[in-house]
Design a binder for this molecule. Structure first.
Ligand code: HCA
Ligand code: CU
Length: 394
C-alpha cells in the first residue's frame, strides 16, 4: 500500500468553482445551507466566490463568515490589492490568490510578465500576512506553464512565507502520472503546503487528485457532484471513495453518511439528477444485477463490493426481475418471504421470470407474487391477477 499523507485537507469550492457551473445560481439561503452541511460533513475549508464579483457576493461572504463554522471560510481572488483588501474587510479567514502563468493565459488574460506577477504577489501576500489571514498563491494553468516560470514563482512565494501554493489543472489536460511528477517536484522545491485543483475535461479529475495526494499535496479542491466550469472538477464523493479504498483511516474523521444528503441538496438546487455513476452516491452504486454477481454477493458482499454501503448510510440492492437473474437470487428471495420451495420449482420460476423479463423487467412485487403463488395459488389478495394469470398461462 502506498504511503499516504495523513495531513490531508479538503477545500470544498462548491460555493466558488461550483458557482461557475452553467446551471448554478445560489441564493444566500442556499449558500448557507450548503455551507452548514459541508461543515457537518467535516470539510476543513469552504472556498467562496470573490466579494468583488457582485454586491451580493460581498454580502454572502460576510454572512458565511458570520456562521462561525468549524470549516475555515476562504475566498478566491485575483492577485491585486483592491480585491485582497475587500476579502479581508469581509472577514475571510483565508485568501486563495490566483495568477495565470501559462503563456496562452498570460496573453489572453492579464498580459503581465513573470517579474510583474511576482511584484503583485509580494504586495498581496504582505498585506494578508499583516492582516493575519491565511494565504495561498496558485498558478492557474500550471500544466501548460513553462516549468522554469512555475518554479521561479513557487519558490519565490514560498520564500515570502505563503501558507501554501496551488497547482491548478485549469483545462483538465493532466494525467495522473504528470500530476504526480509536477507535485513531486514542487514538493521538493518548497517548504509550504501544496494545494491541487483539477478539472475533469479528460475524465481524470479524481485520479489526478489522488495522484497529487500520493506525491505530497496537503490540500485537495473538490465540489459537491464535481460541478464547476465546463464539466467540472474532482467531486467530493469521488475523492472520498478513492481515499477510502486506499486507506479508510484517511476519511474516517468525516461524517460519511452525509455525502448522500450533500449530493442530493446540490443536485436539487442546480436542477440536475445525481449522476448514476457518482461514486458512493449514484442511485445504482450498490445495485447488483447479473446472476453471477448476485449469487456471490448474497454469500459474501465483498465479492463485488469494494465499498461497504453501510459505512456511507446506503443499502445494497439486488435486482431480481430481469433476464439476467439467477436461481440463487430467486431462492434467497423465497427464503426472505419465508417460503421453503423445492429446487425444481425455484428453477422453473427462475426460467419463468427470465422468459417474461425478455419483454420487460418485472417489479419485486411481481416476482414475489410468482413465488407466493406456489403456496397460495388461489389467494388473489397476495397474488396480483396479472402475475397469477401469466404464470399459469405459460
Ligand atoms: C478560475 C480558475 C481556477 C482556479 C484554481 C485555483 C482553475 O476559474 O478562476 O485557484 O487554484 O481551474 O484554474 O478554478
Ligand atoms: Cu477551476
Amino acid at each position: 500500500m502506498p504511503v499516504h499523507n495523513r495531513n490531508l485537507h479538503i477545500i470544498d469550492t462548491t460555493l466558488r468553482e461550483g458557482e461557475q457551473f452553467a446551471r448554478a445560481h445560489f441564493s444566500l439561503q442556499q449558500k448557507l445551507e450548503i455551507a452548514r452541511l459541508l461543515d457537518a460533513f467535516g470539510v476543513e475549508y469552504i472556498e467562496t466566490t470573490s466579494p468583488v464579483a457582485s454586491p451580493q457576493s460581498d454580502h454572502d461572504l460576510r454572512a458565511l463568515v458570520a456562521l462561525n463554522l468549524s470549516a475555515r471560510i476562504l475566498t478566491h481572488t485575483r492577485c491585486n490589492l483592491d480585491d485582497v483588501r475587500r476579502a479581508v474587510a469581509c472577514g475571510a479567514q483565508g485568501v486563495n490568490l490566483l495568477f495565470a502563468t501559462s503563456s496562452v493565459l498570460r496573453s489572453a488574460s492579464h498580459g503581465l510578465g513573470i517579474g510583474q506577477i511576482l511584484e503583485e504577489a509580494a504586495r498581496c501576500i504582505a498585506f494578508l500576512q499583516a492582516a493575519n489571514v491565511e494565504v495561498r498563491f496558485s498558478c492557474e494553468d500550471a500544466f501548460r506553464s513553462d516549468a522554469a516560470d512555475l518554479f521561479r514563482i513557487y519558490t519565490a512565494v514560498d520564500a515570502l512565507g505563503v501558507n501554501r501554493v496551488g497547482i491548478a489543472d485549469t483545462v483538465g489536460i493532466a494525467t495522473p502520472r504528470e500530476v504526480e511528477q509536477l507535485v513531486g517536484h514542487v514538493r521538493a522545491a518548497v517548504r509550504c503546503d501544496i494545494e491541487f485543483h483539477g478539472h475533469n475535461d479528460g475524465g481524470c479529475a479524481i485520479a489526478n487528485a489522488y495522484a497529487a495526494v500520493l506525491a505530497g499535496a496537503t490540500h485537495i479542491d473538490t465540489t459537491v457532484l464535481g460541478i464547476g466550469e465546463r464539466n467540472g472538477i474532482t467531486s467530493l464523493s469521488g475523492l472520498i471513495a478513492r481515499l477510502y479504498l486506499s486507506n479508510p483511516e484517511l476519511v474516517t474523521r468525516y461524517n460519511l453518511p452525509l455525502l448522500g444528503s450533500l449530493d442530493a441538496l446540490v443536485a436539487e438546487i442546480v436542477g440536475v439528477e445525481i449522476p448514476f455513476n457518482s461514486c458512493i452516491t449514484g442511485q445504482t452504486a450498490f445495485t447488483h444485477k447479473a446472476g453471477l454477481h448476485t449469487n456471490a454477493v448474497l454469500r459474501d458482499p465483498r465479492a463485488y463490493e469494494a465499498l461497504d454501503p453501510q459505512v456511507f448510510g446506503r443499502a445494497r440492492d439486488v435486482l431480481l426481475g430481469h433476464r439476467l437473474t439467477g436461481r440463487n437470487a430467486i431462492t434467497h428471495r423465497a427464503q426472505l418471504l419465508g417460503l421453503d420451495l423445492p429446487e425444481a420449482t425455484l428453477k422453473a420460476i427462475t426460467q419463468q421470470i427470465k422468459a417474461r423479463a425478455d419483454e420487460h423487467p418485472l417489479t419485486d412485487a411481481e416476482v414475489d407474487a410468482l413465488l407466493m403463488a406456489q403456496v397460495l395459488p388461489g389467494d388473489a389478495a397476495v397474488v396480483p391477477p396479472s402475475a397469477q394469470v401469466s404464470f399459469i398461462s405459460k
